[in-house]
Design a protein around this ligand. Structure first.
Ligand code: FES
Ligand SMILES: [Fe+2]
Length: 385
């Protein structure tokens, strides 16, 4: 019955994932049990649609030993906890192992967590410590009395988790990205507040990831004059596909919108003197890390449980050059490209509702990125090794 989930690894023969994978809640559920359980997922800097009073990033909130903070992620109520005896970060379900009362109600710090309903105490590694009334119970505590931790870690000021056993180590998934950033000064980037940090937008999360991997649409949706297709030298556009990540990049038409060549590895240097406009990194399944000379723009495409046709679209900016950042809409077309993409996905969503949506074919050169993404989703959804 899964035959229609197969995407051929040969782009010449392949057809896209079927429309139902973009609309069915049963597929979304399966994605949560496979793709979103076993990949490294970035935790959003802020986790609710409302802006929080706490202006610190998530990483800053749990920087100190014993610090903890609650968060909602993929509709799950969780909390992040920094170790007390070790430096490890752990992500726990925000539910007491006794009778499921939430354990953490706001950012706090200490060597133990005390449950507000019947006084159970747990340590910062999630181990049961004590509880009144349980003195003479045999075989106590058992494994079920301790909290079950998911792994969490910090990468360049961002937090990641693998809710279940990860498919691959984080360092391996990020190896090519790290290599491309080896000469770029990225420490201490400032988080700049945006109006649209978190929005619910039309379209399944895969549509947005697919669109991100699609260079074919650039000359149409972001067309010249005045569009991205003008700002970059389209003839230099490259898509580099790795196992879990993919890089797209191009030279800028105007050298002022390009990287200083010393900030990038030698392989990006152009003998003709053109400068790289951006490094657009995609990390499977749902993260885009867009490196510009002004800093980093992050897109996170989060599925919304129960609403497969909606994506919680997170957008965060980290600034390293304030003067260039002030030019982001003029030289890098930041707001324009975002608006064009969000609108295009709303249009595709409308197309999906036509009721007649055959599986598509891929242009062998121009759609290597989309094919790579569909093929990977297909494999991971079917839990192939
Ligand atoms: S629910 Fe936490 S102690 Fe009972
Ligand atoms: Fe686009």
């Amino acid at each position: 019955m899964d035959d229609d989930l197969i995407v051929d690894d040969d782009i010449q023969r392949a057809e896209s994932l079927p429309a139902r994978t973009f609309t069915d809640e049963s597929i979304a559920q399966r994605e949560r049990e496979t793709i979103f359980a076993r990949q490294w997922l970035m935790l959003p800097e802020r986790t609710t649609l409302e802006r929080r009073d706490d202006a610190r990033t998530l990483a800053e909130q749990v920087a100190a030993r014993g610090a903890r903070t609650p968060l909602s992620f993929l509709d799950r109520s969780l909390f992040l906890q920094r170790g007390w005896d070790d430096d490890a970060l752990r992500l726990f379900p925000n539910a007491c192992t006794h009778a499921w009362y939430p354990l953490v109600h706001g950012p706090s710090r200490g060597n133990a967590i005390a449950c507000g309903q019947h006084g159970r105490k747990l340590d910062c590694a999630g181990r049961f410590l004590s509880q009144p009334g349980f003195k003479d119970l045999p075989d106590f505590p058992r494994a079920c009395d301790h909290l079950r931790a998911s792994r969490a870690l910090e990468w360049r000021g961002f937090l990641f988790t693998s809710l279940d056993t990860p498919r691959v180590e984080h360092g391996e998934a990020f190896a090519e990205i790290d290599a491309s950033l080896a000469k770029m000064p990225l420490e201490g980037l400032r988080l700049a507040p945006l109006d649209h940090e978190i929005r619910d937008v039309a379209g399944n999360w895969k549509q947005h990831a697919w669109n991100y991997m699609d260079s074919f649409h650039v000359t149409y949706i972001h067309r010249a004059p005045g569009g991205l297709a003008d700002a970059i030298d389209m003839s230099s556009y490259r898509t580099e596909l790795h196992r879990w990540s993919a890089l797209q990049w191009a030279y800028a038409r105007d050298a002022r919108a390009g990287f200083n060549p010393d900030e990038l590895p030698e392989r990006f240097r152009d003998p003709a003197g053109r400068r790289v406009f951006a490094l657009w990194w995609f990390v499977f399944p749902n993260l885009a890390l867009n490196f510009y000379p002004w800093g980093l723009s992050v897109n996170l495409y989060l599925p919304v449980p129960g609403k497969p046709d909606t994506t919680r679209f997170c957008w965060f900016h980290r600034v390293r050059d304030a003067e260039k950042y002030a030019r982001r809409d003029r030289d890098w077309l930041s707001a324009q490209v975002d608006a064009e993409d969000v609108d295009a996905m709303a249009q595709v969503q409308r197309g999906l509702r036509s009721g007649v949506t055959p599986r598509g074919r891929f242009a062998p050169e121009g759609e290597r990125g989309p094919h790579w993404f569909h093929h990977l989703v297909s494999r991971e959804l079917r839990a192939l090794p």
